[in-house]
Design a protein around this ligand. Structure first.
Ligand SMILES: Nc1ncnc2c1ncn2[C@@H]1O[C@H](COP(=O)(O)OP(=O)(O)O)[C@@H](O)[C@H]1O
Ligand SMILES: N[C@@H](CC(=O)OP(=O)(O)O)C(=O)O
Length: 450
């Protein structure tokens, strides 16, 4: 039996008109049984602000009002069905009490509980939009199924548990109705709400597809697929019809916001194909991400990831010695930091860390405790305001002329760090944040617009 899991991002569920368009996409395919939604556009940002320490009482009231306004507008357009209105009232008063609780006692568990409320609203409203169109549909609380560890703000799903719970609680519902559920959120073994990190709804959809052995995952967003670069940076960027799992994973990892980096993992594990398309213009088609593709060009796309931090570690102990890197990585691992790029010399190691990979509430990665620990065995220098630009493609490391072409374009810019060769699928350069847009546009012009 074919089963499709469709995910709709924030802009796709921003208001009633957007939700209604998405509902039509779902209704056009009887195999789309599971619908994963993000919070309505802007709501998670408002909730993040509510979790911040510096937010005063007056601002908290304003933020709650703004969230209520976005959600009640959708409810009004639906004709305010009683059960949905009651649900929304409950969620909004929960937002209010959780934010009050946080202002007295800041803790990560309450933050996640608060951040999860955006998806509670959108899923209840979206299920009602489907019902309004005459379809059997209900909202399902994914916390029954999406079991994670207790790393609040950036929880790790427990894949086997998720599969067992999906089989027990979710699968039996699918034959009689469409299920609308929340992306981004889960619960630990104690039932405490967790979040998977910003942008995590794509990952939720792929995890559910894996758990339910679905045939495909559809990611419906505000662009008609994955483009050769972010169309906001290069107006001549073109949609890519078909791309391999490897290339898509590199693109997501290196910042193509259209896909959360972890999304591809479950799809790769189970060879589930992923479609990315525009919920505003579904007729334009989109991108298929597949295990095998016909065309594997050297240059596929340019991605950019902002908010990079470079950590420079200097130690004379490194000279002709062993174990320095092991010690450094053990320290980073204890602080749950994953390193992206790395270059070394005799007495220096440079590592890039991704601040966009901070937790759902936007807490940074580089804690004082970590810096102090590292300082015990080396001199630490931190550089901020950097961006990672990645050329993604195939056989990059074994195709002559790639570097010449890329560095010709980069000539007027200061390249802070270069990484190439570990993967055949990318060549990365670290540049200053202020030059990133220019670098992307120049690379795109040279590699894709000639
Ligand atoms: N290579 C790319 N192809 C398409 N979109 C991209 C790419 N890189 C970045 N983007 C950006 O990703 C955005 C969609 O991601 P996002 O805003 O997270 O969507 P959603 O809210 O639907 O999850 C697009 O509007 C686009 O500007
Ligand atoms: N609402 C969450 C989860 C998410 O994935 O959103 P979106 O699909 O709009 O990127 C966030 O803003 O991070």
């Amino acid at each position: 039996m074919s089963l499709i899991v469709a995910k709709f991002g924030g802009t796709s569920v921003a208001d009633y008109a957007a939700m209604s368009r998405c509902a039509d996409i779902i209704l056009a395919n009887p195999d789309t049984r599971v619908v994963v939604v993000s919070a309505s556009s802007g709501v998670t940002n408002l909730l993040v602000e509510l979790t911040q320490e510096q937010t005063c009482d007056e601002r908290r009231m304003q933020l709650i009002k703004k969230i209520a306004h976005i959600q009640y507008q959708i409810l009004d357009a639906l004709g305010s069905p009683q059960e949905v209105a009651a649900r929304l009232d409950t969620v909004l008063s929960r937002i209010s009490s959780l934010s009050e609780e946080l202002s007295r006692n800041r803790n990560k568990a309450t933050m996640d509980e608060l951040l999860a409320q955006g998806e509670q609203c959108s899923s209840a409203l979206f299920a009602a939009v489907l019902r309004e169109k005459g379809e059997a549909a209900s909202a399902f609380d994914i916390r029954q199924v999406m079991r994670t560890d207790s790393h609040f703000g950036r929880a790790e799903p427990q894949i086997e548990q998720v599969a067992l719970l999906a089989d027990e609680y979710l699968a039996p519902l699918l034959s009689s109705q469409r299920i609308v559920t929340q992306g981004f959120i889960g619960a630990d073994e104690n039932g405490c709400t967790t979040t998977l990190g910003r942008g995590g709804s794509d990952y939720s959809a792929a995890l559910l597809a894996e758990a339910l052995k679905a045939t495909a995952v559809e990611i419906w967003t505000d662009v008609a697929g994955i483009y050769t670069t972010d169309p906001r940076l290069a107006p001549k960027a073109r949609p890519i019809a078909e791309i391999s799992f490897n290339e898509a994973a590199e693109m997501a990892t290196f910042g193509a916001k259209v896909l959360h980096p972890a999304t591809i993992l479950p799809a790769v594990r189970q060879k589930i194909q992923v479609f990315v398309g525009s919920s505003r213009e579904p007729e334009r088609g989109g991108t298929w991400i597949r295990h095998q593709v016909e065309d594997e060009p050297v240059y596929r796309a340019v991605a950019v990831r902002r908010d990079q931090t470079l950590l420079n570690l200097h130690s004379l102990q490194m000279l002709h010695a062993q174990g320095f890197l092991a010690e450094t990585f053990a320290t980073l691992a204890r602080h749950k930091i994953s390193v992206d790029l790395i270059t070394t010399s005799e007495v220096n190691v440079s590592l890039t860390l991704d601040k966009t990979g901070s937790d759902s509430a936007g807490n940074g990665l580089l804690s004082e405790a970590l810096l102090q620990e590292l300082s015990q065995h080396c001199r630490v220098r931190v550089e901020d305001d950097l961006a990672l630009v990645a050329i993604v493609g195939n056989k990059i490391a074994s195709t002559p002329g790639v570097c010449r072409r890329v560095f010709e374009v980069l000539e007027p810019h200061n390249v802070r760090m270069i990484c190439q060769g570990a993967s055949p699928h990318n060549l990365c350069v670290l540049v200053s944040e202020s030059e990133a847009a220019q670098v992307v546009s120049a690379l795109h012009k040279n590699l894709f617009e000639q």
